[in-house]
Design a protein around this ligand. Structure first.
Ligand code: ADP
Ligand code: ADP
Length: 244
């Protein structure tokens, strides 16, 4: 059963030049791609830098607006939603970024960072949220005592745990992980990947896992789509990946 169906998705960025900032043409970052992701699946999106992976990931949540195409999430085409409705829908679709440092507000404690999505979406009262934050810390292996610290006081691997905990705060169905381990030491990469796999089991999550390097996703993906110059050139399933 599919959770997400992407049909003919396109994202063209205008190239603006000159005094009048006139559009000179378009970069076809995502150029007519279609794929579907099943419930509970880990779907890999791989390809060299610049092939359109991040643009795809962000377009799926409408963090950037697609130029064309349909995105069916649980039977609803979310490209048709107003921004207000889309913001509400994002409870169920979260993103984890490559560099959690740039997306974790340096002025906030981890407690506040993890609580924020719940405040924005009006989840629970202060006491319930505090309890939820402690559970989240527990789930990703952060010490409760560290909740009063700030992002810069953590290592890269711990920051990614915070990024993952934040993405989980609203109990989403889909997590788009955009190169979540690329910025981490190799020794830490497998810890974070193992954590993500455990969480998937525990919470029945569906993942879209973006990576530039096939070796990172090979072991954890059920299927992998390979992108090249804005297009999906191949979708391979797990058994075939292991043969190669
Ligand atoms: P990937 O994630 O695979 O590295 P991206 O989606 O980041 O690829 O980029 C795809 C293409 O779109 C690249 O040519 C990139 O330079 C271009 N691009 C990405 N973001 C923007 C933007 N905000 N404005 C203009 N071009 C962009
Ligand atoms: P980057 O530094 O990788 O470019 P940003 O921190 O600029 O990423 O975040 C891009 C957008 O995504 C921002 O509008 C931000 O509010 C939003 N965002 C950040 N974290 C999440 C999340 N977990 N789920 C959904 N949206 C998020």
């Amino acid at each position: 059963e599919s959770l997400l169906e992407v049909k003919n998705l396109k994202k063209y960025y205008p190239i603006n030049k000159g005094f009048f900032n006139k559009t000179q043409g378009f970069i076809k970052a995502v150029d007519d791609i279609s794929f579907s992701v099943n419930k509970g699946e880990t779907f890999g999106l791989v390809g060299e830098s610049g092939c359109g992976k991040s643009t795809t990931g962000r377009s799926l949540l409408r963090l950037i607006e697609p130029t064309a195409g349909e995105i069916w999430f649980e039977g609803q085409d979310i490209t048709k939603l107003s921004m207000e409705e889309m913001r509400r829908r994002r409870r169920e679709m979260q993103i984890v970024f490559q560099d959690p440092f740039s997306s974790l507000d340096p002025r906030n404690t981890v407690q506040r960072i993890l609580e924020e999505p719940m405040i924005v979406h009006g989840v629970g009262d202060a006491k319930q949220r505090r309890a939820a934050v402690e559970r989240l810390a527990d789930v990703v292996g952060l010490a409760k005592a560290h909740l009063q610290r700030y992002p810069h006081q953590f290592s890269g691997g711990q920051r990614q745990r915070i990024g993952i905990a934040r993405a989980l705060a609203l109990q989403p169905k889909l997590i788009i992980a955009d190169e979540p381990v690329s910025a981490l030491d190799v020794s830490i990469q497998s810890q974070v990947i193992n954590l993500m796999q455990d969480l998937q089991q525990e919470f029945g999550l569906t993942y879209i896992f973006i990576a530039h390097d096939l070796s990172v996703v090979k072991h954890i993906c059920d299927r992998v789509a390979v992108m090249y110059l804005g297009r999906i050139v191949e979708v391979t399933d797990k058994h075939k990946l292991y043969d190669e």
